[in-house]
Design a protein. Sequence first.
Length: 395
Amino acid sequence: MSIRDVYIVDAVRTPIGKFGGALAAVRPDDLAAHVVKALVDRSPALDPARVDDVYFGDANGAGEDNRDVARMAVLLAGLPVTVPGVTVNRLCGSGMEAVIQAARAVALGDASVAIAGGVESMSRAPWVLQKPERAFPAGHQQLHSTTLGWRMTNPRMPAEWTVALGEGAELVADKHGLTRDRQDAFALASHQKAAEAWAKGLYDGEVVPYGGVDLARDECIRDSTSIEALAKLKPSFRPEGGTVTAGNSSPLNDGAAALLLVDEEGLRATGREPLARIVTSAVTGIEPQLFGLGPVAAVRRALEKAGRSFPDLTTFELNEAFAAQALGCLAEWPELDPEIVNPRGGALAIGHPLGASGARIAGSVAHQLAAAGSGTGLAALCIGVGQGLALVLER
């Protein structure tokens, strides 16, 4: 059996909304359907019935995104009912995991045309109530928020594994001696690059606003922020001596992204030129409390599998869960030119809708390679509970 080349024909995403912001009234299945429909509409020569499967990442799945949000997106987008859909969960890496699984299906010949993406509405993530151990309890019951982080934790888990995500970022800062000033400067640069990219129209080709919602640009970008403003924020996780703040952490967000993946036959059916080709991917594990450094080994493994090295890279999208996390990873890749990392801004400014982020950055790399005309790109994320995921693309 021969392995087929896998091409990214197109990639779209919504503007990323802030928690309780412009997209808070939009259901996650509707967000997913929106990018699926937009993606299909942008390739009018492709018969939607030719889509062999739809893969979607979703980190929560406890609310309106339950019951296989990928299949819901297919139906709500108006695709033929013969098009199936599957939802995958690798927490923050879910959207990229969907891309990888779809690419694997195309490479193996199980699909010729596939859609892969991710969605998250952190605004609409519900509270959940565990079933009581016995019927009709007389006492109060606890609701758990499903927006982010650990809940209903297994008591067998070691305490050091289940620290808050922000405390995990503090541990990375400790490990690499990352000062508050460095983290704030990194965050400021993220906002500045994102604002500049939008001003230059660099996102016009991939962002598809949601109809009826007044949101044309990523909602969390702060054009006017400054080092002085960031310095005034109090530490969020360590009141005494902490360095991680709301200003150098990614926000809570809502959004969706989707990519169209094809083999040679599928490419002919679209009648389009691909943005990029998927080369390889890698996933690795690490101690859960050091999740922020998860991409370090994954990136090295993906590059090795691709027969590439850091100097070969044209662009690199590293999801910025925290400034400390991103800086910690960069410190462990001394061969990497930091100037090629997140050239259009990162998640500290754009936002991090958990299940969508991996698809967002994969699509962004593809668009950047298409704009450059050639090159090698890489996308990577850290993942809560200690994993890293990386994807190599070429054009």
